[in-house]
Design a protein around this ligand. Structure first.
Ligand SMILES: CC(C)(COP(=O)(O)OP(=O)(O)OC[C@H]1O[C@@H](n2cnc3c(N)ncnc32)[C@H](O)[C@@H]1OP(=O)(O)O)[C@@H](O)C(=O)NCCC(=O)NCCS
Length: 293
């Protein structure tokens, strides 16, 4: 094993594609997401590569995000053979612990946990990708009385993170997001906010368009990536309104299908809202977590 370098990325993506073909991963991240993930990524400290005679045979990357409980890492490994993958995952979990993380998480396709229990991890969550086609009729965006909708062309800079973070504060493994994390790579017309009559923000939905190679979805894909309503404005139809409007805007911007990700045990039953809008479960991941606390 050797430390990774930024120029390993194309070969790492190739390994990742093999994971997707085998059903061990949902998809290779799209370009926008990948760029966000790799901003400031310290390849030499946080990744390891396994070289074989014909090139890269395995790779592991450890990213981290801060949560109110401390740093939670995400360990992503790719490689042929369960033993190689387990060794890579072990490196990632050990590294996370040594770096002071409170937990290390691993995402894998359902039934592909590769012995994560032997690394001290336990299954904590089903994680769903839900898809819908944007061909044909879309749900009608129904405005909610007493609220106005704005997009990123009208929301002042700095206006997104507070409402986003208040909406997600009770979400499983919440991590506060900075303004630039929320807006980078997202066209202003695909960032929607509902405000109440007093002008205070009540709900957000943020989207972007991604293209995926070797992917069964109609390309490009509109990603509905952050849907949140602050607690005092919930259950009035705001998320339904903003997501329905987002679907129309995504289609107008060229997307041919739409996807979103949701915690399969989401306590606010977000998946029900998405089902009613036309989304269906397309890929189920398992989230495993080694808890160091
Ligand atoms: C999920 C969330 C965005 C829903 O926002 P909302 O504005 O309240 O949603 P809507 O009023 O449009 O609700 C649509 C449907 O979702 C379902 N739903 C929403 N909240 C629910 C709850 N607490 N319990 C059960 N079902 C719920 C219902 O089917 C609801 O339809 P109904 O009110 O006609 O029964 C909001 O609860 C939230 O921000 N939760 C925390 C963050 C989060 O989990 N976001 C989703 C990430 S993928």
């Amino acid at each position: 094993m050797r430390p990774g370098r930024a120029d390993d990325l194309p070969a790492v993506l190739e390994l990742w594609r093999s994971e997707v073909r085998a059903g061990r991963q949902d998809c290779v991240p799209g370009e926008v997401r990948l760029r966000q993930m790799l901003i400031g990524f310290d390849w030499s400290a946080r990744s390891r590569m396994v070289e074989g005679s014909s090139g890269l045979e395995g790779a592991v990357l450890v990213s981290g995000r801060s949560t109110p409980d401390g740093t939670v890492t995400q360990v992503s490994a790719a490689g042929e053979g369960p033993e190689l993958r387990r060794n890579l995952l072990r490196w990632g979990v050990d590294f996370s612990k040594a770096a002071g993380a409170v937990a290390a998480q691993v995402w894998c396709g359902r039934g592909h946990s590769d012995g994560l229990d032997k690394l001290g991890a336990e299954f904590v969550r089903p994680w769903w990708r839900m898809d819908m086609s944007l061909a044909g009729d879309l749900p009608n965006p129904e405005p909610v009385r007493g609220y106005e909708m704005h997009d990123g062309n009208r929301v002042a800079e700095g206006g997104w993170s507070d409402v986003h973070n208040r909406s997600f504060a009770d979400h499983w493994r919440f991590s506060p997001r900075r303004e630039d994390e929320l807006t980078t790579g997202r066209p202003p017309g695909l960032c929607l906010m509902a405000t109440a009559t007093d002008g205070k923000p009540a709900a957000v939905t943020l989207c972007q368009i991604e293209s995926y190679v070797e992917d069964a979805r109609l390309q490009p894909v509109g990603i509905v990536s952050s849907v949140g309503t602050v607690p005092e404005h919930r259950r009035r139809g705001l998320a339904t309104w903003l997501v329905a409007e987002s679907l129309v805007r995504l289609r107008d911007a060229g997307a041919r299908s739409a996807s979103l990700y949701v915690d399969g045990w989401n306590h606010t039953h977000a998946y029900d809202a998405y089902r009613k809008l036309g989304f269906d479960l397309a890929f189920e991941s398992e989230v495993w977590e080694a808890n160091f606390q």
